[in-house]
Design a protein around this ligand. Structure first.
Ligand code: RP5
Length: 177
């Protein structure tokens, strides 16, 4: 049996076929959608995304990781997400909202940015909108409306529905004991 066949047999996502199993075992298996927020203060505005994904039966996780305060944490999460089985990333941030772009810089997964209002926002959230929309060529980030967490979840569901990825997605990797 080839390594690719072994991976499929073990329920690992196809994109991991070239990865040594030893690397994959270091990371917790993941849900289909990974949600990142730049601060605890963003959580309430991003909850509609979780509700929408849960209503659709799409597994998800949320982590608080700031592009500016914890850039290494963002890099590690983003660069290992696909290996763990995550298929789409949603990143919500306010003010100088670097999180979606910083995430996209470390992954080939599609990243959906959610510009968020915050108590410290300038111009009613335009700061975050521009930070997310104005990505340099070669590093695209999808951007939904201001505080558009639910739309981000719906877009993630549409992405997952392409190419037979959902609901016929491969089972989540099982952690060996
Ligand atoms: C951004 O700064 C966060 O995404 C948040 O929207 C904003 C304010 O963060 P806190 O000062 O409330 O932690 O990075």
């Amino acid at each position: 049996m080839s390594q690719a066949e072994e991976h499929l047999d073990a329920g690992l996502p196809p994109e991991t076929a070239e990865m040594p199993v030893a690397i994959l075992e270091e990371y917790e298996p993941a849900p289909l959608v990974g949600i990142l927020i730049g601060s605890e203060s963003d959580r309430e505005r991003m909850e509609p995304a979780i509700e929408e994904l849960n209503e659709r039966g799409i597994s998800n996780e949320l982590n608080v990781l700031s592009a500016h305060r914890d850039p290494r944490g963002v890099a590690e999460y983003a660069s290992t997400a696909a290996l763990r089985g995550v298929r789409v990333l949603i990143a919500g941030a306010g003010m100088s909202a670097a999180l979606p772009g910083a995430t996209a810089a470390h992954t080939e997964l599609p990243v959906i940015g959610v510009p968020l209002t915050s108590s410290k926002t300038a111009a009613g959230g335009l700061d975050a909108i521009l930070a997310i929309v104005q990505m340099p060529p070669g590093v695209p980030v999808a951007c939904v409306s201001l505080d558009g967490a639910r739309n981000a979840a719906i877009l993630a569901a549409k992405i997952l529905a392409q190419g037979g990825g959902y609901p016929g997605a491969p089972p989540r990797p099982q952690r060996k004991v």
